[in-house]
Design a protein around this ligand. Structure first.
Ligand code: 6PG
Length: 484
C-alpha cells in the first residue's frame, strides 16, 4: 500500500500499447491526469515524450509507483492481451489496492471470464468492471463507444470520466452503465458479432456486383458511395467506399485485387455464435459470417477443391444492371436489419436470463457513434425499444417490419441470383431463411418432433390439447399415450 500523499492521477492505464496510448491521450486531453504503466517501461516514458504536451501523464516504472500515483478511490484500466496477462495484471493490482478501488478490464474479454473475475473479487471490496471499448485506435483517441459493466456504485466514480472521452451524438455521450457483472463485455461481444455479419453482408453485395453484374471496381465504389445517403448510411459502408476507391501503389491495380482473401478473426464472432448456441438464440447471419471467415482461411480445402476439374464459371445476371443494383441494395438493407435484430434479440434474452436489466434503447444510442457498427438506423432501433422495451424481436417493430417487407421481393431475387449464378451469399440467404421462418406461423419442426418421438420416445405436445404425448410407433395400431 502506498502513501496517498503522492497520489496525483485521476485514472491509470496498464498496457501502453496502441489502444492504451490512444485512450491515455484522450483522457489527458480531457483534463484527467493519467498514470501509465507497461511491462516495458519505455512505452510509458514514450507516451510522455511524444504526447506530454496534451495533458498530464504520470509514467510509472514499477507497479507500486503506478498504484501510489492513483488518487482514491483508485481507478485502473487494464489494456493487455486477454487471458493470462489480464489475470496477472488483476492479481498484482488487487495486492496493492483497497476496498472501493476499481479495476477496469478494457479488453475484448469473454463475458463469462469477466463474471468469474468479478466473483473472485467479491469480499475484497474492490470493484471489477468489464468494459467494452469500440472504435479501434482512432476511436480510442478521438471518441470511442464505451460499454462498462460492473456495479452501479463503480459507475458513479468512473462514469463522468468515461463520458467525457466518449464519442458524442447531439451532446449525448456514447457511454452508459450497461448493467452488472459481465453485461458490458456481453454487449461488446454481440457488437462484434453484428460487426462480423455487417462486414460479410457488404462483402457479399460487392461480390454479386463484381461477379454477377460484371461491374468494375470504380463503379461498385460509386454505388456504395450513393448508398451512404439512405438507410444503409453507416461507418462500414463509408470505409468500404474508401477502400474500393483506393489504387494499389505498387501495381496500379484496385487495392481490393491485391489483398489476400483469407479473413482473420480474433474470436469474438465465434464467442457470439457459441454463446448463442448455449442460450438457444438463433444468430444465423453472425454464424454464417464467422464460418465465411473460417472458409476463406481454409487454404488446403480450397486448393483441393480448386484442383478438381470443376468449371468455376459464374453465370452472369440477365437484365438491367441498375435494377439489379437496386435489388442488391434492398437485399443488403433487409439482411442488415436481420443481423442487428439477431444481435439485439440475443441481448434482450441474455439480459432477462442474467437479470442485467439492459436498457436496449440506450444501448442503441451509444452505438450511434464511436463504434464500428455505427449506423443511421440505430436511431430507429432506439425508437423501437422506446415504443416497446420488451420487444421480443426487432423485426417485430413496425418501422423495421415495413422496411423488410418492402425489400422482400428484391431480397428473394438476389438470393435466387446468388444460387443460380454460383456466387455464394450465405449471410443474405440465411438472413432470409431466418426471417421466413419467423413469419411462417407453422414450421416443419413438427416433423422433427414426430421423428424424435418415433426413434427416441421423446414425446411431443399437441396443437389441440395440453399435456405431453407419446405414440407407440412399434404397435400396428399406433396408440397414443398421455404422459403428463
Ligand atoms: C471494435 C472492434 C475491435 C475488434 C476488431 C478485430 O469494436 O473496435 O470490434 O474490438 O477487435 O475489429 O476483430 P477481429 O480480428 O475478430 O475481426
Amino acid at each position: 500500500m502506498s502513501s496517498e500523499r503522492t497520489a496525483s492521477a485521476d485514472i491509470g492505464i496498464i498496457g501502453i500499447g496502441v489502444m492504451g496510448t490512444s485512450l491515455a491521450r484522450n483522457l489527458a486531453r480531457h483534463g484527467h491526469a493519467v498514470a501509465a504503466y507497461d511491462l516495458d517501461p519505455e512505452q510509458a516514458q514514450d507516451l510522455v515524450t511524444d504526447h506530454g504536451s496534451e495533458g498530464t501523464f504520470v509514467p510509472a516504472a514499477e507497479l507500486d509507483d503506478f498504484v501510489a500515483a492513483l488518487r482514491a478511490p483508485r481507478v485502473a484500466i487494464i489494456l493487455v492481451p486477454a487471458g493470462a496477462p489480464t489475470d496477472a495484471a488483476i492479481e498484482t493490482l488487487v495486492q496493492r489496492m483497497d476496498p472501493g478501488d476499481i479495476i477496469i478490464d478494457g479488453g475484448n474479454t469473454l463475458y463469462t471470464d469477466t463474471q468469474a473475475r468479478g466473483a473472485a473479487l467479491e469480499g475484497t471490496g474492490i470493484h471489477f468492471v468489464g468494459m467494452g471499448v469500440s472504435g479501434g485506435e482512432q476511436g480510442a483517441l478521438l471518441g470511442p463507444s464505451l460499454m462498462p459493466g460492473g456495479s452501479a456504485e463503480s459507475y458513479e466514480r468512473i462514469g463522468p470520466m468515461l463520458e467525457s472521452i466518449a464519442a458524442k451524438v447531439d451532446g449525448e455521450p456514447c457511454c452508459m452503465h450497461v448493467g452488472p457483472d459481465g453485461a458490458g463485455h456481453f454487449v461488446k461481444m454481440i457488437h462484434n458479432g453484428i460487426e462480423y455479419a455487417d462486414m460479410q453482408l457488404i462483402a457479399e453485395a460487392y461480390d454479386l456486383m463484381r461477379r454477377c453484374l460484371r461491374m468494375k471496381v470504380p463503379d461498385i465504389r460509386d454505388v456504395f458511395a450513393s448508398w451512404r445517403d439512405g438507410h444503409l448510411d453507416s461507418y462500414l459502408i463509408d470505409i468500404t467506399t474508401d477502400i474500393l476507391g483506393h489504387t494499389d501503389h505498387a501495381t496500379g491495380k484496385p487495392f481490393i485485387d491485391v489483398v489476400a482473401d483469407a479473413a482473420g478473426q480474433k474470436g469474438t464472432g465465434a464467442w457470439t455464435v457459441k454463446t448463442a448456441l448455449d442460450v438457444g438464440i438463433p444468430v444465423p447471419a453472425i454464424a454464417e459470417a464467422t464460418f465465411a471467415r473460417s472458409l476463406s482461411g481454409a487454404a488446403l480445402e480450397r486448393v483441393a477443391v480448386e484442383e478438381l476439374d470443376i468449371d468455376p464459371a459464374v453465370t452472369p445476371a440477365e437484365g438491367d444492371v441498375a435494377e439489379w443494383v437496386e435489388a442488391i441494395h434492398n437485399a443488403l438493407l433487409a439482411s442488415k436489419i436481420c443481423a442487428y435484430a439477431q444481435g439485439f434479440d440475443a441481448i434482450q434474452l441474455a439480459s432477462e436470463e442474467e437479470e442485467w436489466n439492459i436498457d436496449l434503447d440506450h444501448l442503441a444510442r451509444i452505438w450511434r457513434d464511436g463504434c464500428i457498427i455505427r449506423a443511421g438506423f440505430l436511431n430507429y432501433i432506439s425508437d423501437a425499444y422506446i415504443a416497446d422495451p420488451e420487444l421480443p424481436s426487432l423485426v417485430g417493430d413496425e418501422w423495421f417490419s415495413e422496411r423488410v417487407e418492402e425489400c422482400l421481393p428484391a431480397w428473394r431475387k438476389v438470393v435466387a441470383l446468388s444460387a443460380s449464378s454460383g456466387v455464394p451469399a450465405p449471410a443474405f440467404a440465411s438472413s432470409l431463411a431466418w426471417y421466413d421462418a419467423l413469419r411462417a406461423g407453422r414450421l416443419p419442426t413438427a416433423l422433427i418432433q414426430a421423428q424424435r418421438d418415433y426413434f427416441g420416445s421423446h414425446s411431443y405436445n399437441r396443437v389441440d390439447k395440453p399435456g405431453r404425448f407419446h405414440t407407440r410407433w412399434e404397435l400396428p395400431e399406433r396408440p397414443e399415450e398421455q404422459w403428463t
